[in-house]
Design a protein around this ligand. Structure first.
Ligand code: NAP
Length: 299
């Protein structure tokens, strides 16, 4: 079972005298910065961010207490680690800008861009910089994110450890083979969306049987949180935990059988299957997707 890792030895994410830059100070960029700063992984004066939107720069600088600029090129050569947090389609422009700004060959580039593989990042960059690809999710905002990482051809195990330390500042982080990234994007990247829909539906169900909406939502959200914690803390299979709460002739088995009648397992499996196919063509524009493999045609 995967437990939230406890760091025995703090990993230094940048070398002495260097800086860490974040390109794209939107939702995820600011979330990661907040985690790094509040977790004391890095000092405020060693971090900067760049964003093309002036109002985003001002708001992020105010919120985080660091330099956030649209004209960040001069800072690039001093950076030992750059976190790429723009939208997938902005990757070519941003990577060319980093290279032209004098990105040092040793600087680690960590990308959270959905659907953009390490090979594509490396070829857009056109250098031999170490690259780590990551797929975080939005619960990182509350320090409960789930991130998966893998390394490109020039990145070392130490680079992966630096990336792991960054994402553990906002939740859990697992290292996996890049072949799994489309599936991971569909399961944990998009997962909060599924969970929110399920919680909304259960809260509606509570209203249907007479509960005030606010109370119904609190009951549902805390029940989801507690159940998730039980799975992670005990390491027991969810089916075993479910058996424990399923009293013979009781109401849980009555509700569970209705869920099975509604084919909940296959609906969830098909949703993740469809999202995996979609993930395979994110960041590369409209592309024909194979009916069976979920891979881009021509891959
Ligand atoms: N949100 C999630 O749940 C999630 C989960 C996993 C991974 N991701 C990945 O995280 C990335 C960022 O997502 P987000 O939700 O944080 O997006 P976002 O809020 O739109 O942030 C991206 C920021 O980058 C700026 N930007 C665009 N082009 C730029 C350039 N050339 N130079 C500097 N800044 C530039 C954007 O400015 P403008 O607004 O002016 O364009 C925007 O402020 C995406 O690639 C996504 O795939 C997101």
């Amino acid at each position: 079972m995967s437990k939230k890792p406890e760091q025995t030895q703090p990993v230094s994410v940048i070398r002495d005298g260097a800086t860490l830059g974040v390109i794209g100070a939107g939702v995820m960029g600011q979330t990661l910065l907040r985690g790094l700063l509040s977790g004391n992984l890095i000092a405020h004066d060693r971090v900067w961010a760049g964003d093309k939107n002036q109002s985003t720069c001002e708001a992020a600088s105010e919120a985080l207490g660091i330099a956030v600029e649209s004209d960040f090129q001069a800072r690039v050569p001093g950076a030992d680690l750059i976190l790429l947090c723009v939208k997938p389609n902005d990757a070519p422009v941003v990577l060319a800008a980093l290279r032209n700004a004098g990105l040092r060959r040793e600087t680690l580039l960590i990308s959270i861009l959905a659907g953009v593989g390490t090979d594509r990042l490396e070829s857009l960059l056109g250098t031999e910089n170490p690259v780590v690809r990551a797929m975080p999710n939005t619960p990182a905002v509350v320090g409960e994110g789930m991130t998966v990482i893998c390394r490109g051809r020039y990145a070392s195990k130490a680079d992966l450890q630096r990336a792991q330390a960054i994402f553990e500042a906002v939740g859990r982080c697992e290292q996996v083979d890049e072949i799994h990234f489309n599936a991971v994007t569909a399961l944990s990247g998009s997962g909060p969306g599924y969970q929110f829909l399920i919680m909304e539906a259960l809260a509606d169900a509570g209203v249907r049987v007479g509960l005030p909406r606010k109370l119904a939502l609190t009951l549902v959200a805390q029940t989801a949180l507690g159940s998730a914690r039980m799975v992670l803390a005990t390491g027991r299979h969810p089916a075993a935990l479910r058996d424990d709460v399923t009293t013979p002739a009781g109401c849980t088995i009555a509700g569970l059988l209705m869920l099975e009648d509604g084919r909940i397992r296959s609906v969830l499996a098909r949703a993740v299957e469809e999202a995996t196919k979609t993930s395979a063509h994110l960041g590369v524009g409209p592309t024909k997707i194979s009916e069976t493999s979920g891979q881009r045609s021509g891959d």
